[in-house]
Design a protein around this ligand. Structure first.
Ligand SMILES: O=C(O)/C=C(\CC(=O)C(=O)O)C(=O)O
Length: 354
């Protein structure tokens, strides 16, 4: 194989390579090996590939016609390592999800509506459904618009994402330990999965304010070790087994809001500090905030009468609406943007990983 049709897109605050499943090897091992060569993994700079040398820019979306009724397209997300030759399908990515609808229209997998298009997307990683609604003026994807999202310069067309069945995406239950609060390594935590397995812990338990900058947190090796120890134990409690090399669970340190939002967050994915927060990460943290007794509930400023929660993060805020009925999730929704960066043929580095 010399070249593979590929579209590079920004999806929300991430960037990834989008492929039609039919353009990639059917065998998952062959496919993953090819994708590592496409991204330039393993290499801290990914200099011989199209990866951006960070987990948020070392991502792949694979889109295909639906394998079962109930969806318009299927979307498999793969997280590729940067320094390590690993490919993981153990988590969703709600940021790349934003680009899936536009990509499916661009590739002719689905017909666009005359003004906007609504697609049901099966997130194969968790077998859950998302509905994406985005502008398609004149039957073509409109990327331009007036919607700003924190962490991305400028504005673009809004992409509405709605979720109905994301609880227990990777762990099988919203509260995978069976409790709303646990104590791990002496730290009170809430282990929760509403689209992303997350360990929510108070920043104060780590001697932090929770408002530190990304560079400061990233330079703190002792903190990194404590986060790893916490997530290893919490991951086992959540039924995820040995998560040493896994991309989940994430850890989010929470503190009272200070910019008019619901909560302040600093998130580790799983050990690198996130410049903002993932989509499902934010949905999951917002879900915890709404539960009596959960870590974060007592620190949060919740809007009287419900409504969207603004999750503050190092580069702004992400607003998510989560509707709970006790510990049953009714729905979640939020807005993202996406942009086509290039469409062409990617030429992977020739075979052999090392
Ligand atoms: O947590 C991560 O690895 C980062 C993500 C994943 C994501 O989007 C999500 O949580 O839905 C991101 O910011 O893209």
């Amino acid at each position: 194989m010399t070249g593979v049709p590929c579209m590079l897109m920004r999806g929300g605050t991430s960037k990834g390579a989008y492929f039609l499943a039919g353009d990639l090897p059917a065998d998952p091992c062959e496919r993953d090996e090819l994708l590592l060569r496409v991204m330039g993994t393993p290499d801290p700079r990914q200099i011989d590939g199209i990866g951006g040398a960070h987990p948020l820019t070392s991502k792949v979306a694979i889109v295909s016609p639906p394998a079962a009724p109930g969806a318009d397209v299927d979307y498999l997300f793969l997280q590729l390592g940067v320094e390590e030759a690993v490919v993981s399908d153990r988590q969703n990515c709600g940021n790349l999800l934003a680009g899936v609808g536009p990509f499916a229209v661009e590739r002719g997998l689905v017909a666009a509506g005359p003004r906007e298009t609504s697609l049901r997307i099966r997130m194969v990683n968790s077998q859950s459904l998302a509905t994406a609604t985005f502008p398609t003026p004149g039957g073509v994807v409109g990327y331009e618009g007036g919607t700003a999202i924190s962490g991305v310069p400028g504005t673009a067309a809004p992409i509405m994402l709605d979720f109905a069945d994301t609880a227990g995406s990777a762990c099988g239950a919203l509260l995978p330990t069976g409790r709303v609060r646990d104590v791990v390594d002496g730290v009170p935590v809430t282990c929760v999965d509403n689209g992303m397995p997350v360990v929510v812990a108070p920043a104060s338990a780590f001697g932090l304010t929770g408002y530190e900058g990304v560079a400061e947190l990233a330079a703190d090796d002792a903190l990194r070790d404590r986060v790893q120890s916490l997530r290893l134990k919490a991951g086992a409690l959540m039924g995820l087994g040995d998560v040493t090399g896994a991309s989940v669970p994430k850890t989010t340190l929470v503190a009272p809001p200070r910019d008019g939002g619901a909560i302040s967050t600093r998130t580790f994915i799983p050990l690198k500090v996130h410049a903002s927060i993932g989509v499902f990460g934010a949905v999951t943290v917002a879900t915890a905030l709404l539960m009596d007794g959960a870590v974060g509930h007592d620190l949060a400023e919740l809007p009287a009468g419900g409504g969207p929660l603004a999750i503050e993060h190092p580069t702004g805020r992400l607003e998510v609406l989560v509707e709970l009925d006790g510990t049953d999730v009714r729905r979640a929704s939020l807005v993202r943007t996406a942009r086509k960066l290039f469409d062409g043929t990617v030429h992977p580095r020739p075979g052999g990983l090392r």
